[in-house]
Design a protein around this ligand. Sequence first.
Ligand code: GLU
Length: 444
Amino acid sequence: MTTTRFAPSPTGHIHIGNLRTALMNYLIARKADGTFILRIDDTDPERSKEEYVDGIKRDLDWLGLHWDRVERQSERMDRYAAAADQLRDIGRFYEAFETPTELDLKRKKQLNMGKPPVYDRAALALSDAEKDALRADRGEGVWRFKLDQARIEWNDGILGDISIDAASVSDPVLIRGDGQVLYTLASVVDDTEMGVTHVVRGSDHVTNTATQIQIIQALGGAVPSFAHHSLLTGPQGEALSKRLGTLSLRDLREQGVEPMALLSLMARLGSSDPVDLRTEMSQLIDGFDLGRFGAAPTKFDAADLMPLTARHLAGLVLADVAAPIAAAGVPDDMAEQFWAVTRENITTLQDLAGWWAMMRDGADPVIDAEDTEFVAQAIALLPDAPFNDQSWGAWTAAVKEATGRKGRGLFMPLRKALTGQAHGPDMSALMPLLQVVKARNVTG
Ligand code: GLU
């Protein structure tokens, strides 16, 4: 059975890059009628915060990326300890005592000699007595996994055939001196014990994958299928890493981005499939094919989310938006007409309140100098509110009659006088909602 997981560390809010990972894993699981696990990678007690766990769940809920179960690494410490024992027993785990400064010095020397900065395994040569002395002097050492220095190969679901020489990679530290289990060990134990069959993550994890494959094999687990998606860049190809903080899902939600707009973009961006607005998750699931994603960095422009959001909203019926319309203050008996008038004239639902305020209180009129007299004349011909769907037609006919103006020269100054804008809804439909005409006060 297909099982995938999304494994964020709760050390901050998740952002658009994390969403890509979450969504791909979600879609793979759902397409195969499999299981999607939300795994909280909280082995770092100092940096992991409960508020971020809540935030991650809220973000996924908002998007409709529902998980089948939650696992928390902090509750599985005994499993990691057992795996560590197993690695010790088979001679693939060793204690090392170098300080960060010493390691740094070693790396610099290697680089100076033109060698790759790979840990030299000096600790393997330590006798028990030497280890005891170092432990007494420096405290507990770190535990490194002893890589088998062969080539590590896998067929990546996105990158194709990968081959990495294990000799070019340092033996990974899996347990820190203070006893903290590091992500690499926890992750392979979980992937193995939870029966994870497919792992999609960012291409910054490719080297991790190489070492993890060996650890999984050493522990006797089944190696999942791995796929590494390209990293997102900004619209000009610039690194996004520094700006990801401003591209949190929470921020996008607060800006009014609609879930289906975001999902429609992210489920296809970087693939050979076009980005099409979808209304249902099932459409995204059916059309998803990991094999269509490319290895090249993927350009992401947050501005693309707004037209998609607008299009998504334009396709909604009143029942979908009754709550935000009521929240904007629109009386129930006007809701239907209000939505008919605004649905194609908003970018996000947050624009509803502005439209209602304009209708309720009137808009500050925009009157071009050359139209002052014309507008004053027209306003004098405008009957009092309430208006109905005949009001605009009757009024503009009367104004045409009185002034001789027609076409754009007739309609545009009147639209701007009543709404303060050159563009907007059909005026016949808007009129019945208009409670106040501020232009009356201006033109006297
Ligand atoms: N917690 C890890 C991260 O956020 C998970 C990586 C993985 O998917 O294995 O980078």
